[in-house]
Design a protein around this ligand. Structure first.
Ligand SMILES: N[C@@H](CCC(=O)N[C@@H](CS)C(=O)NCC(=O)O)C(=O)O
Length: 360
């Protein structure tokens, strides 16, 4: 069999690079490991990952693939008959695995890094809480997935083992070396503490937002609150064990986000967005320059996405050509939020002249 032309741009200590190397090992694929010096950006890296300029990048037959979790999925899909499959076989189990993998990357690991990086006591405490709560959540997921076995994937290493596992070495380092030591004793104690913390969440301010970390709907509301410079207490919710406050505040849907203002709950993210805009909660709205600075990266991203659209759609209506594809779904669901942002800030994000493809 012809050897695959596989090159991996990476550095050995990087947890993200470890993910891709584990996946390559599972599939018994040989590859050239092109080590990048930490902190430097080779020309090949800049050319292969011009958007994020980060490792890992897998180069397969001259074509670069970026982002560790995407690379792991690519390896699994491209070499289905090699080794065992990395993603679970059932689509629902796959969805669950992807959901938690994003949670690990978007919420849990940044909090873990925050614990080490921040000097400010309250911020450190908040980050530590997030890390602990995350571990408790992930422990639940592990119990459901592993079915009493050693891995999330049961007897074999699967997607979530790779996604989380590569951080565990770093977690130990944080626990041992960094100041976390005092607040991070044994897992069982942590679990108890996290449950207690959840129960102790007290409504103190006028405006409180019941939320969970990984909710896009909550994110929408948080963005609106930020735009309006409204300070809120965030009351973390465990959706597997709904709090009395949540059930009382949103008895119809029993969902987050709920914005509690002067003890009156507001439910459903779009309704909450309008409420924030209309009631404004006595907040001072930001100056024009601040809004412009916030929105600039959004413009830049839209222009990049317009380029991607041009490459993918082959002159047709969707990223997927004639039919709605993955990217149409991923981006399309944010269109309403962009319209709301435009309306709330009196700005134009979807500019037909600059992004004609996306606009249409
Ligand atoms: N989301 C990316 C994260 C990759 C990442 O953060 N890589 C780090 C190395 S551990 C990097 O290249 N950092 C260089 C930089 O931030 O400029 C992935 O999953 O691949």
């Amino acid at each position: 069999m012809a050897r695959n032309d596989l090159k991996l741009l990476g550095a050995w200590p990087s947890p993200y690079v470890m993910r891709t190397r584990i996946a390559l090992n599972i599939k018994s694929l040989a590859y050239d490991f092109l080590e990048v010096q930490f902190g430097t950006k080779s020309e090949l890296l800049l050319k292969s990952n011009p958007i994020y300029k980060k490792i890992p990048v897998l180069i397969h037959d001259g074509k670069p693939i970026c982002e560790s979790l995407i690379i792991v999925q690519y390896i699994d899909e491209n070499w289905t008959n090699f080794g065992h499959s990395i993603l679970p076989s059932h689509p629902y189990d796959r969805a669950i695995a992807r959901f938690w993998a994003s949670y690990i990357d978007d919420k849990w690991f940044p909090a873990l890094r925050g614990v080490a990086a921040t000097q400010e006591e309250n911020a450190k405490k908040a980050a530590t809480e997030t890390v602990i709560e995350g571990l408790v959540l992930l422990e639940d997921v592990f119990k459901n997935c592993s079915k009493g076995k050693k891995f999330f994937g049961g007897d074999k290493i699967e997607y979530l083992d790779i996604a989380l596992g590569c951080f565990l070495g770093w977690l130990k380092i944080f626990v041992v070396i960094v100041l976390v030591k005092d607040v991070m004793p044994e897992t069982d104690k942590l679990a108890q503490a996290a449950k207690l913390l959840r129960k102790l969440a007290i409504v103190t301010n006028n405006a409180n937002l019941l939320r969970v970390l990984a909710s896009q709907f909550v994110n929408h509301v948080e963005i609106a609150l930020k735009i309006k410079s409204i300070e809120t207490d965030f009351i973390q919710q465990n959706m597997l064990n709904k709090s009395e406050l949540l059930l009382k505040s949103n008895p119809v849907y029993k969902k987050i986000p709920v914005l509690i203002h002067d003890e009156k709950p507001n439910c459903e993210s779009l309704v909450v967005l309008q409420y924030i805009d209309e009631a404004c909660l006595n907040a001072v709205s930001q100056g024009e320059d601040a809004i412009k600075a916030t929105l600039e990266p959004v413009f830049d991203s839209l222009v990049l996405l317009e380029d991607t659209f041009k490459n993918c759609n082959k002159g047709k209506k969707f990223f997927g050509g004639d039919k709605i594809g993955y990217m149409d779904i991923a981006l399309g669901c944010f269109l309403r939020l962009m319209r709301v942002t435009e309306k709330m800030n009196n700005v134009t994000l979807l500019n037909e002249a600059k992004i004609p493809g996306l606009y249409k």
